[in-house]
Design a protein around this ligand. Structure first.
Ligand SMILES: *Cc1c(COP(=O)(O)O)cnc(C)c1O
Length: 388
């Protein structure tokens, strides 16, 4: 078929490894190694003269099917699956960096990523400069001769600030650097960083791709050339995803676009309802028609995503909402069919100093919702009774 397929079709039909048994669903290959017909064939497989599977840390048919399906959704030549989102982020950086190199990164990052950059990457003599998510002049000013990579996630957590991916891709490429984008918050349904000029899209498959809060996984997508290097790095470091995880994620991803379409619409309805409440001082959601970057959002996102931030009077008021909700789960996970609520000041951003939190716009009265697949009016009624 020459017609460009819709993501809803690709999520189901993109990527398949089939055996001689012609199984309809994707088979689960729980095996650590694969046999050779002869010594000669074994030698040819290891020399990569013929294609085939040898050992699951290197490649496995179930993992390959998952990687192909994510490639179809991200619009990538190739993807590499890893054990968690964090191991995928590790691979996206350390495959390409060495001691003496420099990274420019947005300040608005997932907390564990900040810990990884400051606690691990820095230890190997790689320097990081943090800049504003939205101020392109700060990115430009941070460039050095040894800048090799730009890193960011967009929209930011939980304030929904949007980075201009096309402009940052141009700036990175002029400087000879790679642009790596953490796409966990939007998923490939909501945003395709590669189409906007990014070199690598990396995501935690634990979130929207699984969608049911069952397994941990990560995946990186990009050109064949870059992903071949990532695959060699991942094999050497043993970052592989488990075949069972890949099999679970293959069923999760089949409903990605229907889940995301409903969850994005639910998040927008909740955000608009919150904005009309007198107790709510501010709502942060990149899908709002009055979002300060609404024009940019329209050109790079398919909707506003699932995460909604909103601010009430103070920490006591925020904790009261958390302690009184009945449907929302009190957990920091997101992208699940179950809606969640958290207090960033004391959880996801708890390790930052009060000054750094204030500087990043995180206030004590801020709450973060990740909207799931429950009936939206039930979620609104739950918030209403909790805020009363
Ligand atoms: C969850 C998350 C990660 C880390 O993924 P894990 O699968 O938990 O290792 C990285 N970035 C973002 C934006 C996330 O939400």
């Amino acid at each position: 078929m020459t017609k460009k397929l819709h993501p809803q079709t690709l999520a189901i039909r993109g990527g398949k490894e089939q055996t001689e048994y012609r199984e309809h669903n994707q088979a689960l290959f729980l095996t650590s190694s694969f046999m050779f017909d002869s010594a000669e064939q074994g030698a040819a497989l290891f020399a990569k003269e013929i294609k085939g599977f040898t050992y699951t840390r290197t490649a496995n048919p179930t993992i390959a099917a998952f990687e192909q399906r994510i490639s179809a959704l991200e619009g990538a030549e190739r993807s590499v699956a890893t054990s968690t989102g964090m191991s995928a982020i590790l691979a996206s950086l350390l495959t390409f960096l060495k001691a003496g190199d420099h990274i420019v990164s947005s300040r608005s990052l997932f907390g564990t990523t900040v810990g990884f950059l400051n606690g691990v990457v820095a230890k190997f003599g790689i320097e990081v400069t943090y800049v504003s998510q939205t101020d392109l002049a700060e990115w430009q000013a941070a460039l050095k001769k040894n800048t090799k990579l730009f890193f960011l996630e967009t929209p930011s957590n939980p304030l929904g600030e949007v980075a201009d991916l096309r402009a940052l891709a141009d700036m990175a490429h002029k400087a000879g650097a790679l642009l790596v984008v953490d796409n966990s918050f939007m998923s490939p349904y909501g945003q395709q960083p590669l189409a906007l000029g990014a070199d690598i899209s990396v995501q935690s498959a634990t979130k929207a791709v699984d969608g049911h809060g069952r397994v941990m996984g990560g995946v990186l997508s990009g050109s064949d050339e870059l992903m071949t290097q990532v695959a060699v790095f991942s094999n050497a470091c043993g970052l592989a995803m488990s075949p069972f995880t890949a099999w679970t994620l293959l069923s999760g991803v089949e409903t990605l676009s229907v889940r995301m379409e409903k969850q994005f619409a639910g998040a927008l309805k909740v955000a608009k309802w919150l904005q009309a409440q007198p107790q709510v001082k501010a709502v942060y959601y990149s899908g709002m028609p009055d979002h300060p970057q609404a024009d940019l959002v329209k050109t790079q996102q398919n909707g506003g995503g699932i995460v909604v931030g909103f601010e009430v009077a103070d920490q006591a008021a925020a904790w009261k909402v958390i302690d009184h909700v009945e449907l929302f789960s009190k957990t920091a996970n997101l992208g699940d069919v179950r809606s969640t609520i958290t207090h960033p000041w004391t959880t996801t951003h708890g390790r930052m100093s009060p000054e750094d939190k204030q500087a990043s716009g995180i206030q004590p009265g801020l709450l973060r919702l990740a909207v799931g697949l429950e009936y939206t009016d039930d979620l609104i009624a739950d918030l209403q009774q909790a805020m009363a």
